[in-house]
Design a protein around this ligand. Structure first.
Ligand code: SF4
Ligand code: SF4
Length: 305
Protein backbone atom coordinates (compact mmCIF):
# COMPACT_ATOMS: atom_id res chain seq x y z
CA UNK A 1 0.00 0.00 0.00
CA UNK A 2 1.67 3.20 -1.17
CA UNK A 3 -0.29 6.35 -0.43
CA UNK A 4 2.23 8.05 -2.68
CA UNK A 5 3.94 6.20 -5.49
CA UNK A 6 6.23 7.39 -8.25
CA UNK A 7 5.69 5.76 -11.63
CA UNK A 8 8.04 5.76 -14.60
CA UNK A 9 6.28 6.76 -17.82
CA UNK A 10 5.86 5.21 -20.29
CA UNK A 11 4.95 2.32 -18.01
CA UNK A 12 1.99 0.45 -16.59
CA UNK A 13 1.83 2.39 -13.34
CA UNK A 14 0.65 1.23 -9.92
CA UNK A 15 -1.61 -0.61 -9.54
CA UNK A 16 -0.83 -2.17 -12.89
CA UNK A 17 -2.70 -0.51 -15.79
CA UNK A 18 -4.79 1.63 -13.42
CA UNK A 19 -5.72 3.95 -16.28
CA UNK A 20 -7.67 1.18 -17.98
CA UNK A 21 -9.56 0.00 -14.89
CA UNK A 22 -12.30 2.64 -14.96
CA UNK A 23 -14.10 4.49 -12.21
CA UNK A 24 -17.39 6.05 -11.28
CA UNK A 25 -17.32 8.26 -14.37
CA UNK A 26 -17.83 5.24 -16.65
CA UNK A 27 -21.36 4.52 -17.81
CA UNK A 28 -21.55 0.93 -16.56
CA UNK A 29 -20.67 1.32 -12.90
CA UNK A 30 -21.58 -2.26 -12.06
CA UNK A 31 -18.83 -3.71 -14.20
CA UNK A 32 -15.83 -1.85 -12.79
CA UNK A 33 -13.32 -4.46 -11.60
CA UNK A 34 -11.38 -4.22 -8.36
CA UNK A 35 -7.62 -4.24 -8.88
CA UNK A 36 -6.34 -7.80 -8.46
CA UNK A 37 -4.48 -7.89 -5.13
CA UNK A 38 -1.71 -10.15 -6.41
CA UNK A 39 -1.38 -9.35 -10.10
CA UNK A 40 -1.95 -5.59 -10.08
CA UNK A 41 -0.10 -4.69 -6.88
CA UNK A 42 2.40 -7.53 -7.03
CA UNK A 43 3.91 -9.47 -4.19
CA UNK A 44 6.43 -7.59 -2.05
CA UNK A 45 9.83 -9.17 -1.62
CA UNK A 46 12.96 -8.63 0.46
CA UNK A 47 16.60 -8.73 -0.59
CA UNK A 48 19.38 -10.44 1.37
CA UNK A 49 21.12 -7.13 2.04
CA UNK A 50 22.34 -8.33 5.45
CA UNK A 51 24.33 -11.14 3.77
CA UNK A 52 25.64 -9.25 0.79
CA UNK A 53 26.58 -6.05 2.58
CA UNK A 54 28.25 -7.61 5.61
CA UNK A 55 31.88 -6.53 5.69
CA UNK A 56 33.92 -9.47 7.01
CA UNK A 57 34.40 -11.92 4.19
CA UNK A 58 31.24 -10.69 2.54
CA UNK A 59 31.08 -10.18 -1.18
CA UNK A 60 29.20 -6.94 -1.69
CA UNK A 61 28.46 -7.47 -5.37
CA UNK A 62 25.01 -6.27 -6.34
CA UNK A 63 24.70 -9.39 -8.49
CA UNK A 64 24.65 -11.45 -5.27
CA UNK A 65 21.42 -9.83 -4.15
CA UNK A 66 18.62 -12.39 -4.28
CA UNK A 67 14.95 -11.40 -3.90
CA UNK A 68 12.82 -13.53 -1.63
CA UNK A 69 10.29 -14.71 -2.65
CA UNK A 70 11.53 -14.55 -6.25
CA UNK A 71 8.89 -12.65 -8.26
CA UNK A 72 7.37 -15.07 -10.70
CA UNK A 73 4.31 -15.70 -12.84
CA UNK A 74 1.41 -13.31 -12.74
CA UNK A 75 2.48 -11.98 -9.31
CA UNK A 76 5.70 -10.59 -10.78
CA UNK A 77 4.89 -6.93 -10.39
CA UNK A 78 5.67 -4.08 -7.99
CA UNK A 79 5.24 -0.34 -7.65
CA UNK A 80 8.58 0.35 -9.35
CA UNK A 81 8.42 -2.52 -11.84
CA UNK A 82 8.89 -0.29 -14.91
CA UNK A 83 11.41 1.99 -13.20
CA UNK A 84 13.60 3.83 -15.73
CA UNK A 85 12.66 1.43 -18.55
CA UNK A 86 11.01 4.00 -20.81
CA UNK A 87 10.72 3.77 -24.59
CA UNK A 88 12.49 4.66 -27.80
CA UNK A 89 15.91 3.66 -29.08
CA UNK A 90 19.26 5.24 -28.30
CA UNK A 91 20.00 8.13 -28.63
CA UNK A 92 16.32 9.08 -28.55
CA UNK A 93 15.17 6.97 -25.63
CA UNK A 94 13.05 8.73 -23.01
CA UNK A 95 11.11 8.42 -19.78
CA UNK A 96 9.87 10.65 -16.99
CA UNK A 97 8.55 10.24 -13.47
CA UNK A 98 4.95 10.67 -12.39
CA UNK A 99 4.43 11.05 -8.63
CA UNK A 100 0.88 10.20 -7.57
CA UNK A 101 -1.03 10.87 -4.39
CA UNK A 102 -4.80 11.08 -3.88
CA UNK A 103 -5.98 14.12 -5.84
CA UNK A 104 -8.41 15.24 -3.11
CA UNK A 105 -10.82 15.78 -5.97
CA UNK A 106 -13.41 18.56 -5.96
CA UNK A 107 -16.02 16.03 -7.05
CA UNK A 108 -14.72 12.79 -5.52
CA UNK A 109 -16.42 9.64 -6.84
CA UNK A 110 -14.92 7.60 -4.00
CA UNK A 111 -17.16 9.59 -1.65
CA UNK A 112 -20.19 9.13 -3.85
CA UNK A 113 -19.56 5.39 -4.16
CA UNK A 114 -19.47 4.64 -0.42
CA UNK A 115 -22.78 3.21 0.86
CA UNK A 116 -21.71 3.88 4.47
CA UNK A 117 -21.01 7.62 4.01
CA UNK A 118 -17.61 6.86 5.49
CA UNK A 119 -15.82 9.24 3.12
CA UNK A 120 -16.05 12.99 3.53
CA UNK A 121 -14.45 16.13 2.13
CA UNK A 122 -13.43 18.71 4.69
CA UNK A 123 -15.00 22.12 4.15
CA UNK A 124 -12.03 24.05 5.53
CA UNK A 125 -9.33 22.69 3.18
CA UNK A 126 -10.93 20.22 0.74
CA UNK A 127 -8.99 17.21 2.05
CA UNK A 128 -10.85 13.94 1.39
CA UNK A 129 -10.75 11.47 4.29
CA UNK A 130 -12.08 8.01 5.14
CA UNK A 131 -13.57 7.59 8.61
CA UNK A 132 -12.03 4.27 9.74
CA UNK A 133 -14.81 3.74 12.28
CA UNK A 134 -17.53 3.86 9.60
CA UNK A 135 -15.63 1.95 6.88
CA UNK A 136 -16.59 -1.73 6.57
CA UNK A 137 -14.16 -2.55 3.77
CA UNK A 138 -16.78 -2.94 1.02
CA UNK A 139 -14.32 -1.34 -1.46
CA UNK A 140 -16.87 0.48 -3.60
CA UNK A 141 -14.58 3.49 -3.18
CA UNK A 142 -11.71 1.63 -4.86
CA UNK A 143 -13.95 0.87 -7.81
CA UNK A 144 -15.20 4.45 -7.88
CA UNK A 145 -11.77 6.13 -7.84
CA UNK A 146 -10.48 6.24 -11.43
CA UNK A 147 -6.98 7.03 -10.13
CA UNK A 148 -7.01 3.89 -7.93
CA UNK A 149 -5.59 5.82 -4.99
CA UNK A 150 -7.52 3.94 -2.32
CA UNK A 151 -6.07 0.71 -0.98
CA UNK A 152 -7.67 -2.15 0.90
CA UNK A 153 -5.90 -3.00 4.14
CA UNK A 154 -6.52 -6.75 4.57
CA UNK A 155 -5.22 -6.69 8.15
CA UNK A 156 -7.51 -3.89 9.35
CA UNK A 157 -10.19 -4.93 6.83
CA UNK A 158 -10.84 -1.31 5.84
CA UNK A 159 -9.98 0.96 2.91
CA UNK A 160 -7.24 3.54 3.41
CA UNK A 161 -5.77 6.42 1.46
CA UNK A 162 -3.55 9.50 1.57
CA UNK A 163 -4.76 11.89 4.28
CA UNK A 164 -2.80 14.85 2.82
CA UNK A 165 -1.09 14.98 6.22
CA UNK A 166 -4.06 17.01 7.52
CA UNK A 167 -2.57 17.41 11.02
CA UNK A 168 0.40 19.20 9.42
CA UNK A 169 -1.85 21.28 7.15
CA UNK A 170 -3.75 22.39 10.27
CA UNK A 171 -0.42 23.67 11.58
CA UNK A 172 0.18 25.40 8.21
CA UNK A 173 3.08 23.08 7.40
CA UNK A 174 3.56 21.33 4.05
CA UNK A 175 2.50 17.71 3.77
CA UNK A 176 5.35 15.31 4.45
CA UNK A 177 5.97 13.93 0.95
CA UNK A 178 6.20 17.52 -0.33
CA UNK A 179 8.38 18.71 2.55
CA UNK A 180 10.79 15.77 2.32
CA UNK A 181 11.14 15.64 -1.47
CA UNK A 182 14.82 16.09 -2.27
CA UNK A 183 13.99 17.32 -5.77
CA UNK A 184 11.73 20.04 -4.27
CA UNK A 185 9.20 19.40 -6.98
CA UNK A 186 6.08 20.24 -4.99
CA UNK A 187 4.29 23.49 -4.25
CA UNK A 188 1.34 23.45 -1.89
CA UNK A 189 -1.26 26.17 -1.48
CA UNK A 190 -4.89 27.13 -1.92
CA UNK A 191 -6.08 27.55 -5.50
CA UNK A 192 -7.99 30.74 -4.70
CA UNK A 193 -5.09 32.44 -2.84
CA UNK A 194 -3.73 34.77 -5.52
CA UNK A 195 -0.52 35.24 -3.53
CA UNK A 196 0.33 31.53 -3.48
CA UNK A 197 2.77 30.06 -5.94
CA UNK A 198 0.27 27.30 -6.70
CA UNK A 199 -2.17 29.98 -7.89
CA UNK A 200 0.57 31.63 -9.94
CA UNK A 201 1.64 28.36 -11.63
CA UNK A 202 -1.94 27.24 -12.36
CA UNK A 203 -3.87 30.45 -12.96
CA UNK A 204 -1.38 33.21 -13.71
CA UNK A 205 1.35 31.51 -15.73
CA UNK A 206 -0.94 28.63 -16.74
CA UNK A 207 1.85 26.07 -16.88
CA UNK A 208 0.22 23.33 -14.78
CA UNK A 209 -2.35 20.79 -15.93
CA UNK A 210 -4.53 18.10 -14.40
CA UNK A 211 -3.85 14.38 -14.80
CA UNK A 212 -6.72 12.85 -16.78
CA UNK A 213 -9.27 15.65 -16.32
CA UNK A 214 -11.57 13.61 -18.58
CA UNK A 215 -12.33 11.48 -15.49
CA UNK A 216 -14.50 14.45 -14.44
CA UNK A 217 -13.46 14.45 -10.78
CA UNK A 218 -11.71 17.88 -10.88
CA UNK A 219 -8.49 16.58 -9.34
CA UNK A 220 -6.63 19.13 -7.22
CA UNK A 221 -3.11 17.93 -7.96
CA UNK A 222 -1.58 19.74 -10.95
CA UNK A 223 1.45 18.77 -13.01
CA UNK A 224 3.87 20.82 -15.08
CA UNK A 225 4.33 18.60 -18.16
CA UNK A 226 7.95 17.50 -18.51
CA UNK A 227 10.26 19.26 -20.93
CA UNK A 228 12.68 17.08 -22.83
CA UNK A 229 15.73 17.53 -25.06
CA UNK A 230 15.26 17.34 -28.85
CA UNK A 231 15.68 14.09 -30.74
CA UNK A 232 18.62 13.32 -33.04
CA UNK A 233 17.92 12.65 -36.70
CA UNK A 234 19.22 9.52 -38.41
CA UNK A 235 22.14 11.64 -39.64
CA UNK A 236 23.01 12.58 -36.05
CA UNK A 237 21.69 16.15 -36.25
CA UNK A 238 19.47 17.72 -33.57
CA UNK A 239 15.84 18.07 -34.67
CA UNK A 240 13.13 20.35 -33.30
CA UNK A 241 11.01 17.45 -31.95
CA UNK A 242 11.05 16.84 -28.19
CA UNK A 243 12.07 13.35 -27.11
CA UNK A 244 8.96 12.83 -25.01
CA UNK A 245 6.18 12.79 -27.62
CA UNK A 246 3.73 15.65 -27.06
CA UNK A 247 0.92 13.35 -28.18
CA UNK A 248 1.69 11.02 -25.29
CA UNK A 249 1.62 13.90 -22.79
CA UNK A 250 -1.64 15.19 -24.26
CA UNK A 251 -3.28 11.83 -23.59
CA UNK A 252 -2.39 12.25 -19.92
CA UNK A 253 -2.65 15.96 -19.08
CA UNK A 254 -5.23 18.67 -19.71
CA UNK A 255 -7.06 21.62 -18.20
CA UNK A 256 -10.68 20.52 -18.17
CA UNK A 257 -12.73 17.39 -18.83
CA UNK A 258 -14.28 18.80 -22.00
CA UNK A 259 -11.07 19.91 -23.73
CA UNK A 260 -10.46 18.20 -27.07
CA UNK A 261 -7.32 16.20 -27.76
CA UNK A 262 -6.11 18.89 -30.19
CA UNK A 263 -6.61 21.56 -27.55
CA UNK A 264 -4.56 19.49 -25.13
CA UNK A 265 -1.74 19.13 -27.67
CA UNK A 266 -1.81 22.91 -28.18
CA UNK A 267 -1.62 23.53 -24.43
CA UNK A 268 1.38 21.23 -23.96
CA UNK A 269 3.16 23.11 -26.77
CA UNK A 270 2.16 26.45 -25.27
CA UNK A 271 3.49 25.49 -21.81
CA UNK A 272 6.78 24.35 -23.30
CA UNK A 273 7.06 27.67 -25.19
CA UNK A 274 6.25 29.74 -22.07
CA UNK A 275 8.88 27.99 -19.96
CA UNK A 276 11.46 28.09 -22.75
CA UNK A 277 10.94 31.80 -23.33
CA UNK A 278 11.23 32.60 -19.59
CA UNK A 279 14.42 30.52 -19.39
CA UNK A 280 15.90 32.48 -22.27
CA UNK A 281 15.00 35.72 -20.53
CA UNK A 282 16.95 34.63 -17.45
CA UNK A 283 19.87 33.31 -19.56
CA UNK A 284 20.27 36.70 -21.13
CA UNK A 285 20.49 38.45 -17.75
CA UNK A 286 16.82 39.24 -17.14
CA UNK A 287 14.53 38.05 -14.38
CA UNK A 288 11.43 35.88 -14.42
CA UNK A 289 8.84 35.31 -11.71
CA UNK A 290 8.02 31.93 -13.26
CA UNK A 291 11.61 30.67 -13.20
CA UNK A 292 12.07 32.00 -9.66
CA UNK A 293 9.08 29.91 -8.59
CA UNK A 294 10.27 26.83 -10.49
CA UNK A 295 13.69 26.89 -8.84
CA UNK A 296 12.45 27.84 -5.38
CA UNK A 297 14.08 25.90 -2.60
CA UNK A 298 12.83 27.05 0.80
CA UNK A 299 9.62 25.82 2.36
CA UNK A 300 8.28 29.35 2.68
CA UNK A 301 8.57 29.72 -1.10
CA UNK A 302 7.02 26.33 -1.82
CA UNK A 303 4.22 26.17 0.75
CA UNK A 304 1.69 28.91 1.32
CA UNK A 305 -0.86 27.53 3.77
S1 SF4 B 1 -8.14 10.61 -6.28
FE1 SF4 B 1 -9.56 8.93 -5.90
S2 SF4 B 1 -9.44 8.60 -3.69
FE2 SF4 B 1 -8.63 10.64 -4.07
S3 SF4 B 1 -10.40 12.02 -3.85
FE3 SF4 B 1 -10.19 11.53 -6.03
S4 SF4 B 1 -11.57 9.81 -6.30
FE4 SF4 B 1 -11.22 9.95 -4.09
S1 SF4 C 1 0.30 13.92 1.60
FE1 SF4 C 1 0.94 12.92 3.51
S2 SF4 C 1 -0.44 11.14 3.66
FE2 SF4 C 1 -0.52 11.84 1.52
S3 SF4 C 1 1.04 10.63 0.42
FE3 SF4 C 1 2.01 12.57 1.05
S4 SF4 C 1 2.99 12.09 3.04
FE4 SF4 C 1 1.48 10.45 2.63
Amino acid sequence: MYWINVETRPGKGYPKNWETQGGWFTADRNNIPLPNINEDYGAPWEYNHHEVLKTEGGDSQASNLIPSPVPSGSNAYASNWDEDVGKGTFPNSYYFYLPRICNHCTDPPCLEACPRQAIYKRKEDGIVLIDPKRCRGYRYCIKGCPYKKIYYNPVEKISQKCIFCYPRIEQRKGNFCAAQCVGRIYWVGYAEDANSNVYKLVNKWKVALRLHPEYKTEPNVFYIPPLSPPTYSFAGKLTTSPRIPIEMLAKMFGDTYDQSYDQRVARIRQISDIIQSEREKVSSGGSSELIDILISRSETERFQL
